[in-house]
Design a protein around this ligand. Structure first.
Ligand code: DGY
Length: 324
């Protein structure tokens, strides 16, 4: 700890104004004022010279960064975001570094964006906007850019956690869809609409008109949508991913799309983001967004405030609110 005895926090990216202000009230933060991605060396130096580091999904927090912090003053990794697949949790545990995240506050924003992708695909909104802006729209006609209705179609959710459920609610109650889902543990909750749990991801692939992925990225879910499962999808079905790039085999997906073996894909997350494979960029019937799931002022502020709460609890010697 340095000035005023406030713990010091190294913050890897800029936050919304209100969240930065809250952090500054309780800590001595160092912000990355240029907001450009930092190298592992810069993050290691940052963690080593502070009590905590607050990274985001775009920072790779490997053993090098963690051990540099642990050898010096670093004690806490307070992640700005719910997904923690960019953090080497094993290295953190070994080094005695505690990790927190920000679950809950981004559920609705991510579910909303999932519905946006579903609607953009099913109503061909991206195509339509591109056509209009390019000056090639020839005017209204009965067969122009016909999409497909959601009412009565089946949404298949893979990963029925907080976000999966929020998407299911929107789709069923707002858009009249039926829901099937796969979840690794049994979901006993009653939903007030038709939502049937399936034993295997394959069952979801066969039954759904739209598959939406909401599982956390882990070795078990790596490429959960692979060549074999993509082949089980209905020919006109859509695949939506607002979870993590790692859960989809993008090469297999691009192939399935370009061979018209599935109806389309709506993706907000990518394996090597922000670099997107040319195969995906060129694939037909795709809507591609730059990881916008949680990107509302309200949600990003709430995520920052959650980092603050977790760090305050930690440095007050209390249990973390959101331990990972
Ligand atoms: C999350 O919180 O996991 C979002 O994808 C942003 O990191």
């Amino acid at each position: 700890m340095k000035n005023n005895d406030k713990p010091t926090i190294f913050v890897t990216r800029r936050w919304p104004v209100e969240a930065e202000a809250a952090l500054s009230q309780y800590f001595n933060p160092t912000f990355n004022t240029s907001d450009t991605p930092l190298s592992a060396t810069e993050m290691a130096a940052g963690f080593a010279s502070h009590d905590a580091i607050a990274p985001t999904v775009s920072d790779k927090i490997g053993a090098d960064v963690i051990n540099a912090g642990a050898k010096s003053s670093g004690r806490l990794i307070a992640n700005f975001g719910v997904g923690v697949n960019h953090i080497d949790l094993e290295a953190a545990a070994k080094a005695g570094i505690v990790v927190s995240n920000t679950p809950g506050v981004l559920t609705d924003a991510t579910a909303d964006l999932t519905m946006a992708l579903i609607l953009m695909l099913s109503r061909r909104a991206g195509e339509g906007e591109r056509e209009l802006r390019s000056g090639s729209w020839e005017g209204w006609r009965p067969t122009h850019l016909m999409g497909r209705a959601l009412q009565g179609k089946t949404l298949g959710i893979v990963g029925m956690g907080r976000i999966g459920k929020a998407v299911a609610h929107r789709a069923a109650l707002g858009f009249g869809m039926n829901v099937v889902f796969h979840n690794r543990s049994k979901v006993t909750e009653r939903f007030g609409y038709s939502a049937r749990q399936q034993d295997e991801v394959e069952d979801v692939c066969r039954k759904a008109d739209i598959i939406s992925l909401h599982c956390a990225a882990s070795p078990e879910t790596f490429h959960v949508m692979n060549t074999e499962r993509l082949a089980l999808m209905k020919k006109d079905a859509y695949l939506i991913n607002t979870a993590r790039g790692d859960v989809v085999d993008e090469t297999a997906l691009a192939r399935a799309l370009s061979e018209n073996r599935i109806g389309g894909a709506g993706l907000d997350v990518f394996q090597g983001e922000p670099v997107i494979s040319s195969a995906l960029l060129e694939a037909p019937n795709t809507v591609l967004l730059p990881h916008l799931g949680s990107a509302t002022v309200e949600t990003r502020t709430a995520m920052g405030l959650k980092v603050v709460e977790n760090a305050r609890a930690f440095f007050a010697g209390q249990p973390l609110i959101d331990p990972v």
